[in-house]
Write a protein that binds this ligand. Sequence first.
Ligand code: SF4
Length: 408
Amino acid sequence: MKTFNVPIIYRSPLITAIKNRRKQQDRMKKDFTPTVLDFGPLKILLARHFGFCYGVENAIEIAFKTVEANPGKRIFLLSEMIHNPHVNNDLLEKGVQFIMDTAGTQLVPWESLTPEDIVIIPAFGTTLEIEEKLSSLGIAPLQYNTTCPFVERVWNKAEQIGKQSYSVIVHGKPGHEETRATFSHSRSNTPTVVVKDIKEAQLLATFITGEKNPEEFYILFKGQYSPGFDVINDLQRVGVVNQTTMLATETQAIADYIKNVIMDRYSLDASNVSERFADTRDTLCYATNDNQSAVTGLLEESADLAIVVGGYNSSNTSHLVELCEVKLPTYFISSEEKLVNAEEVHHWDFHHKQELHSRAFLPEKEQVTIMLTSGASCPDAMVEAVIRRLLSFYKLEDKMEEVAATFE
Ligand code: SF4
């Protein structure tokens, strides 16, 4: 896979050495067991896959190169480039401005943009409506485009099945930039509806089976269906695609569920289900799969707690947390600074969207084992900083170089 030139401050020599070693030993990526960093009183189980994915590195490389190559020009990002506050702040410090926040609230009025300005499209991509808006302002919308190719692959799949007269069900968070972009691209080709989870998929299924009054659809799915969506006709032949960072197992469960409902409704079997249900399995992003499978591998071990590092608004990171918290106490932190001391931690409760303050998060025992992973938009340097911070609580800083040497 292509390698990218991302600022050195985001890299960690230790994590790079570990990742390279694991890659050499497991080129086919079949081994999801964690890397064990044994510091004596503290043992860290590091996930097999974590951190910057292809799309994030691509976006960072393009954004920083654009800033460097255009001194004196006004440079805008449509919204946060990726969901990591540190990377976004670094760009802000270089003078880059965000046109919208992640919720789509306008921060810079469109009218203030001129054809001389540079506008970078983030890794999530953007809607066709925003592309048109930029064109109308004299700005080539795709000149500085960091849309991840794996997101574009979803759009292409939606277009392909749309052209075969399937409607598209998008499994995604309706307000997320990527889902808004995928919804926009998909609905330009075919009727499209967004479901945020399996519960909404089950609700949608009641309109496929005819259990619910069609009129209710327009209330229950308000804001989540394409204009002119005909709930009676447009749910007879469908395919499911996803926001690439959703829980892969949930997307699969939704696709399997809808497929079964369609099979029952139209008395189809495996040989002819494709008449009404499109196969879209190849749209799952490799990084989401790898990072989530690595957490599944991690959870086969035993540990006292898990720490997941990433931006609080990062969808893929919250799904790693969701997997971990089923099994053990899990702390979702955005940086090492959230580990205040050996007693206290500030961590994000993504269910209730609030930061919590917990005490006594490290158990008192001879050897504490911590599972550690990070989201696809979290720099490896941040993960190393978390390891160093934890070591400092045990006065084990000196052990770092000793353990690092074993990976050289
Ligand atoms: S998580 Fe996947 S789709 Fe999203 S930016 Fe990374 S590689 Fe691209």
